[in-house]
Structures are given as structure tokens and as C-alpha cells.
Ligand binder design. Structure first.
Ligand SMILES: Cc1cc2nc3c(=O)[nH]c(=O)nc-3n(C[C@H](O)[C@H](O)[C@H](O)COP(=O)(O)OP(=O)(O)OC[C@H]3O[C@@H](n4cnc5c(N)ncnc54)[C@H](O)[C@@H]3O)c2cc1C
Length: 633
């Protein structure tokens, strides 16, 4: 630690992360901070122009209401999200995001994002809520606006600074501690309000791609559970930690299937050619009312495919050739129109991959697959934590102040007599995007809108609470942060191979151990997404040993120090997940996980939020129910 400089930054609002939600928070916080003579700082472990899930490029904006034109109502969106989450959602939060999301999309367009338009100038829709974009520069466009807003307001952006943990004072969050991933510097940020927007988590479970394919996953590998760790360690109440997301994607390259299902109307079938959505339709009765309403929830669609896989009818295929042929058939009597249509379809299909998953195109080329001629394998991916997409894990946050009189008491709380929207149960700590829970299907646009909202609320908090109490235990945290480097320095001479040493564990080995536990005990790929009370309890025992050994993580350099902390963050996400699945004694999202010992949905006892809280004073976990209140008919 002797060689590492400590940089102290005092600001009014600190935004942790640089993704879609953080960029929204930066735009709005900078605006309101400037008006109030306050300062905003943002710290991203990467660089905002290319960081977070959207950095890989997307081909559609998945939440657009079309409210202004009367295409849909805000209530329609709430109903859609509630249905997809099998009834478990905070309707106030979804409503709040929906009422702001269209303005985020309009801003994106104003900032230069190309959104597809039809001949009448209307957005081209992929589905009811999705609008098509040329998305290869999506993140660059959105982050540029955030950077400009920050510069205009005299804000500061810290790139390549990995946030490790919150700074606390008397139960209030007053900043964060982190380190540079490029220089020997520890960062101590002191702030009146902190916004956690560090995305979700991947590589908590063993991925399908291991060995030579390691690093490939649907969810980009940049996010490692930092939002969950940060909010949990601050003592925030968490929600929906059991609601992980498993997408079904083209196998191994994880190429997107949305355009194939929605735009090209493609079918997914078993190896025997049966359409599992048709053949297992009766199964949906068992998951009523959600199984019988439209759209069928994503987890149930997964589940019907899994039934075929379990019955030995795999692999599953996307009938790309059939879909393209069907579309082209409409033009079969007009060769010129046929040629034009085929060209159009081909460019749409390729655009989709080149925007988002270039590796899918490479894999197809490697396997001699021309999608218009041959079908392609699809598979359920390993589980991810992404509360902004179709999972729902995140912090339990406060309702918007203007909705406070419409929601039950447990959806709102005050600090010094005021309600702050999107504040966690920890004063001064706000969460948005993947970091806030029970409000999924915000996707890129909704995460940005929610970030804008949280940024504005954080400035309000900073205006009303102008003090920054001294953070507790900073020196201890600094020592803890650096321990992996010191451990390596102390013991690396003990063995010839610095990766193998009885005195410490390297971050890669640690990650593999975590992934093995989660895969085998918490319903990962190799357990066919199934688990049980006994398995979860055994998993918790093994996680406890892992936690002990996390004290022995060693890092050779700053790069490995980052990997060490990423894995500690993942481990906490894992524990909260296992504890909450164990607590919820039913199966509600069978295509995401299946509790074989409680295989049915039990609305009478479990149509409720399962929340969890780690107590910073005692180090104890508590799991408890929170009532779901229906606000929209
Ligand atoms: C594969 C994939 C495809 C998707 N497709 C679509 C789509 O087609 N349309 C759509 O609208 N949405 C899509 N989404 C959803 C969308 O990407 C997310 O909803 C959105 O990015 C969430 O925003 P966020 O800010 O919470 O997280 P992110 O945008 O992922 O940002 C997280 C940020 O936190 C930073 N960070 C992480 N850890 C730390 C740390 N310890 N310290 C400092 N910084 C940290 C990261 O560098 C990053 O800047 C997709 C998501 C994925 C994963």
C-alpha cells in the first residue's frame, strides 16, 4: 500500500457506473446541480463511451410506449411487465419509468441516434414496445450527451476507476471507495448523495462457454455484481434476488433471437421438428393466470423448450430458413420484388447481428450456416442478474414523491421529513437500472429514464442535506481493498508457479469455485436449472467456506486486484440469490429456475415479494415477505 497514492474527491452527488442509467443520471443531475451551484462526479470502471451492456451495440430500443401518439397507455406497460414477471412487480416504479421513457428516446434521437422510420415518418417497430435502431454507436451517442452535460456543469468524470464499497456514516451513505485500474491510486469519494448504477452480474454461474470459449456469454462480461454488493453492504433492503434471467439465444455465440421471432415470425422447434410452444400448450394451464394470458411470460416460453430438452428431444432449432422462405413466398410471382425483399431481409438479419453479436455471424460462417438455407441451434443460456431486462433483482427503492399518497406504507419512507424517489432504504443512496429491483423491462431506454429520475432526486437530496458527515473506517477499508496485493507480495516467493500457492487463492481459481457451487447447487446449466432445499442448503455451506477463503485472495497487479474485487462482488450476489430461492418455497418462474421439491406455483402463500437484507452491524442476513399491491387493473 506504501506506493499507492490516495486521491480524495469531495463532491455533492457521486454517480457510480457509466452505463445507460449512469448516463441518464449524469445528464439530469448535471442540469439540476448547475442550477443549485452543486457538483457532480461520475466514476466508471471502464470509459462511458464504451462501457456497460449497451456498449456491444443493440439493434432495438426495447421500451417505447408511444404515449404521445396514443399508441399505448402507461397502464398497458404496467400490465405487460406484471404479466411477464408472473405477478411480482412494483407497479409504481414501472409506471414511473414508463411515464418518462418516451422522452429519453426522443432525446436519443435528438442527440443523433438513427431510429428506423417508415414512409410516413413513424418509428419502425420490432414488436409492440420495441423500435428498431442502427445501434452500433448507441452507447457513444448517449454517453456523449452525458459527458457534454457534465462538462457544462463543471462535473468530473473518473474513467477506469473501480468502485469497491460504499462509505457510510451513521447509517447514511456518504460516498464510495475505489481504485484506478491503470495507476497506483486509491480513490476516496465523499458525497452528499450517491447513485448506484453499476449494472447487473454475469459469471456468477458457470457459463456454457468454458475453456477456449471462456468470456463468451450473453451478458457482456463487464458487470460483476457491483451494484448488488454496494447496496447490500450499505445495508439496503434488496428485492427479487431470486429472479434471475435466462435468455434463450442462438447457441454458443449468443446471437439475438428477438428479430427472428418478432420481425421474421420464425418458429423454434425440437430436433424432431415439433413446435414446443404448440405441443406443450396444455402445460401453460399449470401456470395460470399468467400462462393463459398474452404475451406468454419469457420464463414460461423457456420452460416449454426445456421440457423438450429434458425429454431427450434436443437440440432445439430456430427455423430461420423456413421463416425467410415464408416471407419470400409472398413475392414468388414477382421475381424483381422477390429479389428486393430477399435483399431487405438479409440486410435486416445481418444488421441485427452486426449491431449486437458479430460473433454469431462468425460462428455461422465457421459452421457453413447460411440462415436462409439452414436452421440454427438455440439454447437456454446460463443465469444472469439483470434487473433492467427480464430478471428483477435489485435494491428495494422508494416510490416517487408525487405517488406517495397512492401506494402502501412499505413502498415509501422519508429522510428528514421528505420522500425521495428511487432512494434505497439507506439514506443518501439511490439506485437505477439494473441496481433497482422489481421494476424490470426497463431495458436500455427505461434504464436511462430511471437514471435521469434518480439523478434529479439525488440532487434534491443533496440540496436538502448539505452536510457530508465524516465517513467511518476509511483507513480500514483502504487496507482491506489492498490486501490481495499485499498477500501476493508476502507469499509469492513460496512456490515456483505464482498461481499455485498454499497461502493464497488467485481470482480465476476463486471464480471457477464460485461458478461450480452455483452451477451444481443453485440450478445452473449442468443441473438443468433445477435445485431444491437440500441442494441450496449445501450450496450455502460451500459458499461459507468460499467466503472464508475470499480473505486469502491474492493479486499480482492492479488488473488482478480488479478481478479479486469483481469476484467478491459476485460472491455476495450469489449468496443473496441462494438465500432468497431457499426462502421462496414454490416454483414461480420455471424457465429461470425450478425448485424440484416445491414444483408448483403457490399464489396463496407466495404471490409476494421475497426481500432480503444484510445487517452491517451484526453481519446477519434476514429474509422476509413484502406484500405486492396491485395499483393498475
Ligand atoms: C446482451 C444484451 C442485449 C440487450 N439488448 C437490448 C436491446 O436490444 N434493447 C434494449 O433496449 N435493451 C437491451 N438490453 C438491456 C440494456 O442493455 C440494459 O437494460 C441497460 O444497459 C442497463 O443499464 P445499466 O446502467 O443498469 O447497466 P449498464 O448499461 O450495463 O452499465 C453498467 C455500468 O457500470 C459500470 N461498472 C460496473 N461495475 C463497476 C464498478 N465496480 N465500478 C465502477 N463502474 C462499474 C460499467 O462499466 C458500466 O458503465 C440488453 C442487455 C444485454 C446484456
Amino acid at each position: 500500500m506504501a506506493n499507492w497514492e490516495t486521491v480524495e474527491v469531495t463532491t455533492d452527488v457521486l454517480i457510480c457506473g457509466g452505463g445507460m442509467a449512469a448516463c441518464g443520471a449524469a445528464v439530469e443531475a448535471a442540469y439540476w446541480a448547475k442550477k443549485n451551484g452543486l457538483k457532480v462526479a461520475l466514476a466508471d470502471k471502464a470509459v462511458p463511451t464504451r462501457s456497460g451492456a449497451v456498449a456491444m451495440g443493440l439493434s432495438a430500443i426495447n421500451e417505447y410506449i408511444g404515449y404521445g401518439k396514443g399508441d399505448n397507455t402507461l397502464e398497458d406497460y404496467v400490465r405487460y411487465v406484471r404479466q411477464d414477471l408472473m405477478g411480482v412487480c412494483r407497479e409504481d416504479l414501472v409506471f414511473n419509468i414508463a411515464r418518462h421513457v418516451d422522452s429519453s428516446v426522443h432525446l436519443f434521437e435528438k442527440w443523433g441516434l438513427p431510429i428506423w422510420k417508415d414512409a410516413d415518418g413513424n418509428y419502425v417497430h420490432e414488436g409492440r414496445w420495441q423500435v428498431m435502431i442502427n445501434g452500433e454507436s448507441y452507447k457513444v451517442v448517449i454517453s456523449e450527451a452525458a459527458i457534454n452535460a457534465m462538462q457544462d456543469a463543471g462535473g468530473e468524470i473518473y474513467e477506469r476507476v473501480f468502485i469497491v464499497a460504499p462509505l457510510m456514516s451513521g447509517g447514511r451513505c456518504v460516498g464510495a471507495i475505489g481504485f484506478s485500474t491503470r495507476e497506483p491510486k486509491i480513490y476516496v469519494f465523499k458525497a452528499k448523495a450517491v447513485v448506484a448504477t453499476m449494472g447487473g452480474a454475469v459469471h456468477v454461474f458457470r457459463p456454457r462457454s468454458t475453456g477456449e470459449g471462456l468470456g463468451r456469454s450473453w451478458y457482456p462480461p463487464f458487470n460483476s455484481g457491483s451494484s448488488a454488493f454496494f447496496t447490500m453492504r450499505a445495508g439496503a433492503e434488496m428485492t427479487c434476488q431470486e429472479v434471475r434471467f435466462i435468455p434463450v439465444r442462438f447457441k454458443d455465440a449468443y446471437g439475438p433471437v428477438g428479430a427472428w421471432f418478432l420481425l421474421f415470425k420464425s418458429r423454434a422447434v425440437s430436433a424432431e421438428g415439433g413446435d414446443y410452444m404448440v405441443e406443450h400448450k396444455a402445460e401453460l394451464q399449470n401456470w395460470a393466470p399468467y400462462g393463459l394470458a398474452k404475451p406468454i411470460p419469457a420464463n414460461l416460453r423457456n420452460y416449454l423448450g426445456m421440457l423438450d430438452t429434458d425429454a431427450g428431444l434436443g437440440p432445439l432449432y430456430m427455423e430461420t430458413d423456413e421463416a425467410i422462405q415464408k416471407l419470400a413466398d409472398q413475392y414468388k410471382d414477382d421475381p424483381k420484388a422477390f429479389k428486393k425483399k430477399m435483399k431487405e431481409l438479409e440486410s435486416e438479419a445481418w444488421e441485427d447481428f452486426l449491431d449486437m453479436t458479430i460473433s454469431q455471424a462468425i460462428l455461422w460462417a465457421a459452421q457453413n450456416i447460411a440462415p436462409e438455407e439452414k436452421h440454427s441451434e438455440i439454447a437456454a443460456c446460463e443465469p444472469y442478474f439483470i434487473g433492467s431486462h427480464s430478471g428483477a433483482s435489485g435494491a428495494w427503492v422508494c416510490t416517487p414523491p408525487d405517488m406517495a399518497d397512492k401506494v402502501p406504507a412499505h413502498y415509501k419512507w422519508e429522510y428528514n421529513g421528505k420522500v425521495y424517489g428511487n432512494m434505497t432504504t439507506v439514506p443518501g443512496l439511490f439506485a437505477a437500472g439494473d441496481a433497482s429491483g422489481a421494476s424490470s423491462h426497463k431495458f436500455s431506454s427505461g434504464s436511462n429514464a430511471e437514471g435521469r429520475w434518480a439523478g434529479k432526486q439525488a440532487v434534491r437530496f443533496a440540496v436538502n442535506n448539505p452536510d457530508i458527515p465524516a465517513p467511518e473506517g476509511v483507513d480500514e477499508l483502504k487496507a482491506r481493498l489492498m490486501r490481495p496485493l499485499e498477500l501476493f507480495e508476502q507469499f509469492s516467493g513460496y512456490s515456483y508457479d505464482s498461481n499455485i500457492n498454499p497461502n493464497y487463492i488467485k481470482p480465476f481459481q476463486f471464480m471457477f469455485r464460485l461458478q461450480k457451487i452455483m452451477d451444481e447447487y443453485a440450478g445452473g446449466v449442468s443441473s438443468a436449472f433445477k435445485t431444491s432445499k437440500a441442494l441450496l442448503e449445501r450450496g450455502l455451506e460451500l459458499l461459507a467456506f468460499l467466503k472464508e477463503d475470499s480473505e486469502k485472495l491474492a493479486a499480482e497487479d492492479a488488473y488482478e486486484l480488479e478481478r479479486c474485487w469483481e469476484n467478491i462482488h459476485r460472491m455476495w450476489q450469489a449468496e443473496a440469490h441462494v438465500r432468497t430461492i431457499l426462502f421462496r418455497e414454490e416454483t414461480r418462474w420455471p424457465g429461470y429456475y425450478f425448485r424440484s421439491d416445491t414444483p408448483k406455483m403457490d399464489d396463496a402463500n407466495w404471490l409476494t415479494f421475497a426481500n432480503i437484507k444484510w445487517d452491517p452491524k451484526t453481519g446477519e442476513w434476514a429474509t422476509f415477505k413484502r406484500e405486492i399491491v396491485k395499483l393498475v387493473n
